[in-house]
Write a protein that binds this ligand. Structure first.
Ligand SMILES: Nc1ncnc2c1ncn2[C@@H]1O[C@H](COP(=O)(O)OP(=O)(O)OP(=O)(O)O)[C@@H](O)[C@H]1O
Ligand SMILES: [Mg+2]
Length: 512
């Protein structure tokens, strides 16, 4: 910022050159630094309000060609928060009160100009404070808006899950249909439904502020999935080019979320090329040094996967680039302005960073840098205790948030998890996938469904462990439970280490 920009911009409404000079001298003598402009007509004043953009107005009351009251009225119309002071030789008490009532910030008598500097300072300070307050209020509104969005998202995802789950269940029956064509269509619907369910989960985890489940991902497979999604949605005049990384390249993350982020970048790119062009997705390994990180970013040098999405579209101005990631910022008629915000959340959740290269007319490149797992096998999410080896665990818990949390935990530790939130779905899952190796169930479920699930397990000759999460009520339910051979209780609230230890023990027994 240059010096001139920092100076107070002072607009004087005064017909007497001499009075104006007296007044400015007084302010200067008091140490105020400013740049001033004097006007004494309405047209000059209106023009200066817009073009000079004053930080304060000091106005005489009566002038041959203009009136102070009119100046005040115009200021209130055009710049409501602008400090406006009257300086007048002839201001009776009544006129002064009237001026304040009409919205003037203060008034000073010409005979008492010594008071002017402090009056100006006070007016500026009050204006600053009001601005800060308004900003805080706007920020609060924004936060509230996010919160209600999060609420909406969790409500919607809950309802969507209820819609999708039965479809997934029904469609899985088509898989065993006799007709080839029916089986093929069934597989397609099933895949889309599963994707829908994954998105619902990721929405839920976003709304709750928790992390979606992370796995080791083959980057090539993630990009294949992306290409499949894009093929259906890119206009014909947009050419898609994908440069995958070397075949075995892996990262740690959530495939659905990453695909969602890349899809957002790609759709933006396509939308920036209304006349067509090339959309390129390129993945490559990069070594990042400390210098790469901007101030305010955690400095984590190391091996990263760079996935760059480039378009040959209209690019963007510096002004657009600055606001890209702000919620609701959009330059499109039908845009929500939430796409890039969601990209940033997803990449940040993966411990990554985004960089943008663009200028008007020369296309844009959005690069996501994702940390690559170290060569050592200790992935950050795995708890050292209890590592599974793909044992199939069926988790039945009615409280959805618990269910998602435990599913993520168990899954991240190497078990193949099916998670359902009621007994009926549990039985359907068993019907569909066969008996699991381990069942983890909340004892507090509506007792009937819990007991019925357990009885059905017994009927189906399930010999594996039934782990029941229970508090003190375990004493009272023990009598109701069917005589399954391996029932174990796990204390509520569940201690993750304890749960993983029991799972490891039980699956070791299973192996024996
Ligand atoms: N590849 C790009 N080229 C040019 N401008 C872009 C590009 N990507 C994003 N922008 C600019 O950033 C703005 C915000 O993008 P964002 O994805 O967050 O919302 P949107 O695309 O406007 O709306 P929505 O994602 O809901 O369709 C866009 O409106 C556009 O001005
Ligand atoms: Mg977008």
């Amino acid at each position: 910022m240059s010096d001139a920009e920092e100076l107070l911009r002072l607009l004087l409404v005064e017909d007497s050159e001499l009075d104006a000079e007296l007044l400015l001298d007084r302010l200067e003598a008091d140490g105020l630094r400013f740049t001033a402009r004097r006007v004494d007509t309405e047209s000059g004043y209106v023009e200066a309000l817009a073009a000079f953009a004053p930080g304060v107005v000091i106005s005489d009351l009566a002038m041959p060609e203009f009136s102070g009251y009119r100046a005040l009225e115009l200021a209130r119309e055009r710049a409501p928060g602008l400090p406006f002071l009257f300086v007048s030789g002839a201001m009776g008490e009544e006129a002064a009160i009237d001026a304040l009532r009409r919205g003037a910030t203060d008034y000073v008598l010409k005979q008492n100009l010594a008071r002017l500097p402090s009056a100006v300072r006070r007016a500026l300070k009050e204006a600053d404070e009001r601005r800060a307050r308004e900003q805080a209020e706007a920020e609060l509104l924004r936060v509230q808006r996010y919160e209600s969005l999060a609420l909406l998202a969790s409500g919607l995802s809950h309802d969507l899950r209820n819609v999708l789950q039965p479809i997934a269940m029904g469609v899985s029956m088509l898989r065993v249909a006799a007709d080839d064509e029916v089986r093929r269509i069934g597989a397609l619907i099933e895949e889309s439904t599963q994707r829908g369910l994954d998105i619902v989960d990721s929405m839920l985890s976003f709304a709750r502020g928790s992390r979606a489940a992370a796995h080791r991902l083959q980057v090539g497979a993630v990009l294949d999935g992306l290409a499949m999604l894009l093929r259906g949605s890119l206009p014909r005049n947009v050419q898609l080019e994908i440069d995958p990384p070397p075949p075995a390249t892996e990262i740690e993350g959530n495939a659905t979320e990453l695909q969602q982020a890349l899809l957002n970048f790609c759709l933006n790119g396509a939308q920036a090329m209304p006349a067509g062009g090339t959309l390129r997705v390129r993945a490559e390994e990069r070594q990042l040094g400390a210098a790469f990180f901007a101030s305010g970013e955690p400095v984590r040098p190391g091996r990263y996967l760079r996935i760059a999405v480039s378009d040959t579209g209209h690019g963007m101005t510096a002004a657009v680039r600055e606001r890209l990631f702000t919620a609701f910022f959009t330059t499109k008629e039908a845009g929500t302005g939430l796409g890039l915000m969601s990209c940033r959340r997803i990449i940040a959740n993966h411990g990554g960073l985004i960089r943008v290269d663009s200028s008007p007319g020369s296309g844009s490149t959005f690069s996501a840098y994702l940390p690559m797992p170290a060569a050592t096998p200790d992935a950050p999410l795995s708890v050292p205790l209890g590592s599974g080896h793909g044992e199939r665990v069926l988790i039945v818990i009615e409280r959805e948030s618990k269910l998602v949390m435990l599913r993520d935990l168990v899954e991240a530790n190497g078990y193949a998890v099916t998670a359902v939130d009621n007994g009926t779905l549990a039985l359907q899952a068993i019907e569909r996938d066969g008996l699991p190796d381990i069942v983890l169930m909340d004892a507090r479920m509506t007792l009937m469904t819990g007991v019925r699930t357990a009885s059905r397990l017994l009927e189906m000759d399930y010999r594996g462990p039934l782990l029941l999460i229970a508090g003190p009520e375990r004493v009272s339910i023990q009598g109701d439970l069917p005589p399954l051979p391996r029932i174990r209780f796990i204390d509520r609230p569940v201690d993750p280490h304890e749960l993983l230890r029991v799972l490891a023990e039980e699956s070791a027994l299973e192996q024996a």
